[in-house]
Design a binder for this molecule. Structure first.
Ligand code: NAD
Length: 481
């Protein structure tokens, strides 16, 4: 009996699957984790060819299986991530994992376009790129992998992940869990791969690997710059500094509650979480009272200075105190990594400030030039800036966002104010009268994504973002009118 190429590959795949079940072959890439980049990319390329032989319906079944596995292990991955990185809150990460498992679009996101007319029929279909190199952050390691994996495989691709080194164990486990779910549903092994010891050098080499057709980088400005210099098609999901603008027409008690919840999510790690509050003078005191009543911890006087000094470090060894103004801050100061993603309680105690309970956030009233206004802190100490009126709040909110085109929020009952800010700020996500996370589908309508591509413009990515358009034209037929 002669086998054609497709049948032959399926036999090889089955044999490989069986081999990988054998003990002692861990380093041969069981669960998709390899020692060498070439092996990780080669295995992913092979798996992608297998995926392309499956029907869309079968692909959908693989996605369902991935969703179920991610839901089943949402808590396990949350606990692992918090333990390994020392950042974030387990319960919040569980919610994020459930969100990406349930609300990341699958194959239904792919659409076909068509034109028919005198000259027949032309269709445009969303086709896979092949192998994607995906670089993922330490802040949401498992959520980003689950989200990217579902969207990228739904689009027909295989993925080689380069996780942040400080989240490598959790990321590896996420890749293994999802791969296992794919194989259990009858799909190919190694549709998702990674390496045991990821590093920035590995990420660089992955981006330049000749068999990688698309680079997707989720992280800070450095990795987005590197992705855009890769010479490949690149999707860059970079840093934000989301302002929360509060005017004098809003429901203040709701604004106070929403702000504590939004800025406090996962200890302020998510890129979409409110980083600076800009409030109109007339309601500033009432807003801060509402935040206190909803679990925010107010810092004032010497305590505010001590905490600020504690969480900032000076890159040039000159001391953080006295450094102000946007340019000076960006040049000289950085957030001390020891406090990123920690609880407010931990940060305040470390700074020697008395605190009771486990407040979701601490907040402090500051001037416009305060360092926390300009740095993306990713910890739950939130600056509040008082401005004279709504026009100034809108203008300053735009300045705070720094042209990153990421996320902004506003609490207002005035449609004109909300429209003005939305138009001026040009952010990818704009949430009105709710916590920022409503903008990624957590308590808000719409699908979710943990890769929000502001710099390169794809916005809230989904399966269709990871496709290339292919056109097919049949001349003078199949148009029936
Ligand atoms: P990071 O930039 O330090 O690291 C992100 C990833 O890029 C890691 O895997 C890291 O190893 C790699 N990396 C870093 N510099 C690199 C370089 N020069 N070349 C190649 N690879 C490089 O960011 P992080 O601390 O892991 O995550 C937090 C940052 O990511 C924040 O700025 C946050 O706003 C941003 N973020 C953005 C989104 C989004 O959707 N836009 C989502 C999550 C996080």
């Amino acid at each position: 009996m002669e086998l054609n190429e497709r049948e032959l590959t399926q036999v090889v795949l089955r044999v490989l699957d069986q081999m990988q079940q054998q003990p002692g072959l861990k380093d041969a890439g069981v669960g998709g984790v390899f020692s060498r980049l070439d092996d990780a990319v080669g295995a992913a390329a092979f798996a992608q060819e297998q995926l392309s032989t499956l029907s869309r319906e079968r692909r959908g079944e693989l996605i369902s299986s991935m969703r179920q596995a991610a839901l089943r292990d949402a808590a396990l991955l949350a606990e692992m991530a918090v333990r390994e990185t020392g950042m974030g809150r387990v319960q919040d990460k569980v919610a994020e994992h459930r969100l990406v498992a349930a609300k990341t679009p699958g194959i239904e996101d792919l659409e076909t376009g068509a034109w028919s007319g005198d000259h027949g029929l032309t269709t445009v279909e969303m086709a896979p790129f092949g192998v994607i190199g995906a670089i993922t952050p330490v802040t949401n390691p498992a959520a980003t992998i689950i989200n990217n994996a579902i969207g990228m495989i739904a689009a027909g691709n295989a993925v080689v992940f380069s996780p942040h080194p400080s989240a490598k164990v959790t990321s590896r486990r996420a890749v293994e869990i999802l791969n296992q779910a794919i194989v259990e549903a009858g799909g190919p092994a190694n549709l998702l791969t990674s390496v045991a010891d990821p590093s920035i050098e590995f990420a660089e080499a992955l981006m330049h690997h000749p068999r990688v057709s698309l680079v997707v980088a989720t992280g800070g400005p450095g990795v987005v710059r590197a992705a855009l210099s890769s010479g490949k098609k690149a999707i860059g999901a970079g840093a934000g500094n989301p302002p929360a603008v509060v005017d004098d027409t809003c429901d203040l008690s709701k604004a106070g509650r929403d702000l504590v919840l939004g800025a406090g999510l996962d200890n302020n790690l998510p890129c979409i979480a409110e980083k600076v509050i800009v409030v109109v003078d007339q309601v500033a005191d009432a807003l801060m009272t509402a935040m206190e009543q909803n679990g925010g911890w107010r810092l004032a006087g010497a305590d505010a200075d001590t905490v600020t000094d504690r969480i900032l470090t000076d890159k040039e060894g000159q001391g953080a105190r006295g450094c102000s103004g946007r340019e000076q801050v960006m040049k000289r100061l950085a957030v001390d990594k020891r406090y990123v993603g920690k609880t407010a309680n931990f940060i305040l105690r470390e700074a020697g400030v008395r605190v009771a309970g486990d407040p979701r956030i601490a907040f402090l009233e500051v001037g416009r030039e305060h360092p926390l206004v300009w740095l993306e802190q990713m910890l739950p100490v939130i600056p509040v800036v008082r401005v004279p009126d709504v026009q100034e709040a809108i203008r300053f909110g735009v300045e705070v966002e720094q042209g990153r085109r990421h996320t902004a929020t506003m609490w207002s009952r005035n449609v004109d104010h909300m429209t003005q800010l939305a138009r001026a700020i040009k952010s990818t996500i704009f949430v009105k009268n709710g916590p920022s996370y409503a903008g990624i589908g957590l308590g808000g309508e719409g699908f979710t994504s943990f890769t929000i591509a502001g710099p390169t413009g794809e916005g809230i990515t989904s399966a269709r973002t990871f496709t290339r358009r292919r056109r097919c034209t049949l001349v003078d037929a199949f148009s029936i009118v």
